[in-house]
Design a binder for this molecule. Structure first.
Ligand SMILES: Cc1cc2nc3c(=O)[nH]c(=O)nc-3n(C[C@H](O)[C@H](O)[C@H](O)COP(=O)(O)OP(=O)(O)OC[C@H]3O[C@@H](n4cnc5c(N)ncnc54)[C@H](O)[C@@H]3O)c2cc1C
Length: 545
């Protein structure tokens, strides 16, 4: 089980007074790096962070490390005539150990206003399948119950219901004094926050609740894991105990939700939200594709995440370092869909694994993947404006890929054959089948899978786009900074180094079927996902030789 949360070790700044009352006895962490006593943020982030800190300090409502806070508009104080505090729940879909919810509870208590959690189901980017919608929706009743236990009212807004800005407008139904949301580095989410922030007159403040170390602590794009690792470990102890409150944390004041909000189109007050089947039918009718949705029984939600985590630490963590690169053994944690949908706090995952009785090498390997690699991916997407395309790759990789753009391809596969997993390569087909059928592809094969798209598609930029689109369409954990960065690593050489030059790949690292297949029992993996005899399914690829 998780270690008890410890107070952060940063200094408490004089101007932000010792606050141990409303936020449940939490120490207020410093925005200063204790070693250097300089700000950890770039000037622009620092100014926005300071504005958010000032808004919350103005109402005596500190609840998390200031480094997690960001103001999205210039509104310097809460709206004095506000009728509610709103937590716009987006990324962190959980009701416990949620630092953004804690912050909203603290603000509602300070202002003595009702706390309204608003969850609006957006149609999502093109390519989202019903499997993602279902995994997300099935967890919401539990999440909403947990929020209600913290004294909040929860409004679920259907995807074609009232726009979020109308709910949050000054003369709108909720008239918030202050809006808190959770941070998300993905470009679409950032655009959404900017739009809302510019359309409302209350402050919009985000809380960076889904990384262990706040992204603002790494103020520029890191070159590789080796540059982030020492920086991250230097400040990890400052943030890893900041677990957030569970269900027994402070509660919001017991005031009714502003009644006008309940009259609006598509708004439901939890727990009276439509049944899952109705919501899915609604999503289907709105055009969400229902391809190969074999996942109706996939457990989701905070308790399911904790059960998965517990099974992992009790039965699978021992030997993880060796087993995680053996796709035929399936020896990884399978925690990523829960983490992607924010159903479990990264702090809780980290604390649970660190507290487990397992060899240090296994725990350290998990920490490297879950904290260093994951937060490196977030850093890349946060700071690279072209992270989602080949243009975001390092100059050496783009140059060498361009040099080899006209190299002849032995195989060219069209989208239909790739989607169906009917190429000449049985290992690739097996990986594709695993993803389509289960919503997950083993991490080791994800690298191979994406690199083969570079080899089999006419151009590198198109291969990048297709790899990300396929990954996001079928992987339950898709549409995530990890996916963007994984594709950028495989096809664009991001966080990697130049390798020996070769055809098509230039200096981008190559993976061959022969060498990849030798590193684990690929026959067993292929037989499992390609059918009993493990043979490649004949396809219609064009062989140029
Ligand atoms: C082409 C490609 C696409 C990918 N797409 C996604 C994606 O859409 N969503 C996603 O969450 N991950 C993605 N990854 C990263 C990684 O493969 C998955 O996080 C991992 O396979 C998830 O399974 P698990 O939870 O069992 O991982 P475990 O091996 O048990 O690892 C534990 C956790 O560590 C983190 N992690 C592990 N490997 C990486 C990595 N290479 N980069 C960043 N974080 C990592 C994840 O949060 C993971 O859940 C992708 C990698 C590549 C190369």
């Amino acid at each position: 089980m998780p270690k008890a949360a410890t107070a952060g070790q940063g200094r408490i700044r004089g101007s932000e007074r010792s606050n141990t009352s409303r936020s449940g006895g939490r120490a207020n962490l410093s925005v200063m790096d204790p070693e250097t006593t300089t700000s950890l943020c770039t000037p622009w982030t620092h100014a926005r962070q300071q504005r958010a800190v000032a808004v919350l300090a103005g109402i005596d409502a500190d609840a998390c490390a200031p480094e997690r806070l960001l103001a999205w508009n210039d509104v310097a104080t809460h709206a004095a005539d506000g009728r509610s505090v709103v937590y716009w729940m987006a990324r962190a879909q959980r009701g416990s150990h949620n630092l953004a919810l804690d912050c909203a509870v603290a603000a509602a208590r300070a202002l003595d206003l009702p706390l309204v959690v608003v969850f609006r189901r957006f149609a999502g980017p093109a390519g989202t399948e019903l499997r993602h919608v279902e995994f997300m929706l099935r967890a919401l009743p539990e999440t909403f119950d947990d929020c209600i236990a913290r004294g909040a009212h929860v409004l679920f807004v259907e995807q074609d219901g009232v726009p979020i800005v109308e709910l949050l407008a000054r003369d709108g139904a909720l008239r918030p004094a202050l809006v808190i949301t959770d941070d998300d580095v993905m470009a679409g989410a950032r655009r959404g926050r900017e739009h809302v922030a510019n359309s409302i007159s209350a402050p919009l403040i985000s809380v960076d609740a889904d990384v262990v170390v706040p992204g603002a602590c790494f103020p520029r794009q890191e070159y590789a894991a080796r540059t982030l690792r020492p920086r991250l470990h230097r400040v990890l102890a400052q943030f890893d105990g900041e677990l957030g409150h569970g269900l027994d944390g402070p509660t919001a004041p017991a005031h009714p939700v502003p009644a006008a909000a309940l009259q609006l189109a598509g708004v439901h007050l939890a727990p009276a939200i439509p049944a899952l089947d109705d919501l899915l039918a609604h999503a289907r009718a709105a055009g969400t594709p229902d391809g190969a949705s074999l996942l109706t029984s996939a457990p989701s939600g905070t308790r399911a995440a904790r059960a998965r985590l517990e099974a992992f630490v009790n039965e699978e963590l021992h030997g993880y370092a060796a087993r995680r690169n053996r796709p035929e053994l399936d020896g990884t944690s399978h925690i990523s869909p829960f983490v992607h949908f924010g159903q479990v706090a990264p702090h809780e995952v980290l604390a649970t694994v660190r507290a487990a009785e397992a060899p240090a090498v296994d725990i350290d390997t998990f920490v490297e993947e879950f904290v260093v690699r994951r937060e490196l991916a977030y850093n890349f997407v946060r700071w690279n404006p072209h992270a989602h395309e080949l243009e975001g790759a390092p100059e050496w990789a783009r140059r060498s890929l361009a040099t080899h753009a006209a190299d002849p391809r032995e195989w060219l596969w069209n989208e239909d054959d790739l989607a169906a997993g009917t190429t000449h390569d049985p290992l690739w087909n097996a990986a594709q089948h695993q993803m389509v059928e289960t919503g997950s592809m083993h991490g080791y094969l994800r690298m191979y899978w994406a690199k083969k798209l570079l080899e089999w598609r006419p151009d590198a930029a198109g291969a990048f786009e297709l790899a990300l689109r396929f990954n996001d369409r079928w992987s339950l954990d898709g549409r995530d900074p990890n996916g963007v960065t994984g594709v950028a690593w495989a096809i664009g050489g991001v966080h990697d180094r130049p390798w020996h030059e070769r055809e098509i790949f230039g200096q981008v690292r190559f993976m061959s079927l022969a060498s990849t297949g030798r590193k684990f029992d690929s026959k067993a993996y292929i037989a499992r996902w390609n059918g009993a005899n493990g043979a490649a399914v004949p396809g219609r690829g064009i062989s140029l030789f």
